[in-house]
Design a protein around this ligand. Structure first.
Ligand SMILES: *Cc1c(COP(=O)(O)O)cnc(C)c1O
Length: 427
């Protein structure tokens, strides 16, 4: 069976869209081959342009946590669409979703809606800088906070130095204000604070990393970051674009019992429509325009269709007392059973998992930072990806990505998945 239509569509797309895609990971550059063009999605499944179906473990990179095209979310969007798509004025709906989130997430008083995770993270560091009147930030290697300039930074040479641009177009001037530390390395963060006394506005982190594959914070790491930030008058920013409303309703703050000063959201919060948000205590959020001096804005921010999709999704999650227990259990079973099959085949691997996020590293030892994630056997992952794809299982097309398990995955889909893993031939 061939990917006939996908191939033709990709060729056509490359004429008009840079690289044929609107976000790089979709191009399959990491795993090789032609990206599969999808035409529809329902529940646990994606359907491609050649009419093949796949059990979906990307779920739009997280938003489709209920499964695709959930009937209640669909109806909410349809009803809203009849009333208008966008007004450019305040709406009651925006307060309704803000109130719902503030009341159900620990440690936040106010929330500002934007249209992507990138915007949320970018705005959160501007606010942190404006609030602390300091310029520098600390981020961790392998963590992704969207594509704004301050985050497209890689480690410089030598320890405890400032970062270098990780993309042409990012200036040295911007790079010098972003300091890099190794994930789970608290001493390095301590050193950075010591060498930059009174200059660090914020530490930003994915409290469970998902953008170098799934990598977990070691015991008390987040708590120690909290303490270092307090000692040094810096803000702690949790980038919960992946983890928010997924690891727990209150995200990593709730799950680990560590409070952040600012929290960013995206993905699940929009239920599949383009939404991001950032939130915090009054004392900090009051510095945002129009109340405060830190400027931030958006023509489509708080868009009614997006707010409806988000609110309906969040309510469905909240109403189901066993929601997280169920998706976590599914993920645990997949972890356990896939591990068993790979062991039987004698394939060395590590599976990292937290809640409904997991990834398989073909590596002999634990993966707890970016260096270790890079040492994994990615060509073997690419082989694994393609063999599963052929058997109707859609994994993220890179060994540096997390699988997102949705509530639509049942035993039927798990069985299909495990069958495909059993057929995996290690060559
Ligand atoms: C996806 C992601 C972002 C960026 O969100 P976009 O909506 O793609 O701009 C930021 N942070 C994390 C942790 C993410 O996973």
């Amino acid at each position: 069976m061939t990917y006939q239509r996908s191939s033709a569509l990709f060729t056509e797309a490359q004429r008009y869209i840079p690289g044929g895609v609107n976000s790089p990971v979709r191009a399959f550059k990491s795993v090789g081959g032609v990206p599969v063009f999808m035409k529809s999605a329902n529940g646990a499944y994606l359907t491609d342009e050649d009419d093949r179906t796949y059990v979906d473990y990307i779920n739009s990179w997280g938003p489709a946590i209920l499964g695709h095209t959930h009937p209640a979310v669909l109806e909410a969007i349809q009803k809203q669409a009849e009333k208008g798509f966008s007004f450019g004025t305040p709406t009651e709906l925006e307060t309704e979703i803000a109130k719902f989130i503030v009341e159900n997430v620990p440690n936040i008083d106010q929330i500002r809606m934007v249209s992507s995770g990138t915007e949320a993270c970018m705005s959160s560091i501007r606010l942190a800088r404006g609030y602390t009147r300091r310029d520098k930030i600390i981020k961790f290697e392998g963590c992704y906070h969207g594509h704004s300039d301050s985050f497209l930074i890689k480690a410089g040479s030598g320890a405890a130095t400032f970062g270098n641009p990780n993309s042409p177009g990012v200036t040295q001037g911007t790079a010098k204000d972003t300091l890099l530390a190794r994930y789970n390395d608290i001493e390095q963060v301590q050193d950075l604070f010591r060498h930059n006394t009174g200059e660090i506005a914020a530490v930003i982190i994915e409290p469970v990393a998902g953008n170098m594959g799934c990598v977990l914070p070691e015991h008390h790491f987040l708590q120690k970051l909290r303490e270092l930030c307090d000692e040094n008058g810096a803000l702690l920013i949790f980038d919960e674009v992946m983890t928010g409303f997924r690891l727990a309703f209150g995200g990593a703050q709730e799950l680990f019992g560590v409070q952040a000063d600012l929290v960013t959201y995206g993905k699940v919060i929009g239920g599949g429509l383009p939404v991001g948000a950032f939130a915090g205590r009054n004392e900090i959020m009051d510095h945002l325009a129009p109340k405060g001096a830190v400027y931030q804005a958006g023509t489509l921010s708080g868009n009614p269709l997006a707010m409806r999709a988000g609110l309906e999704t969040l309510k469905l999650i909240k109403e189901d007392a066993n929601f997280f227990q169920k998706i976590n259990k599914t993920t645990e079973t997949l972890d356990f059973e896939i591990g068993k099959i790979l062991n039987e085949k004698g394939i060395q691997h590590r599976i990292n998992r937290k809640g409904s996020m997991m990834s398989v590293f073909f590596h002999i030892s634990a993966v707890s930072d970016f260096d270790q994630a890079q040492q994994a056997n990615h060509s073997l992952f690419n082989n694994f990806f393609h063999q599963l794809l052929k058997n109707g299982i859609y994994l993220p097309p890179s060994g540096y990505e997390t699988w997102f398990i949705s509530a639509a995955i049942t035993e039927t889909e798990m069985d299909k998945t495990l069958d495909a893993v059993r057929k995996f031939e290690y060559s």
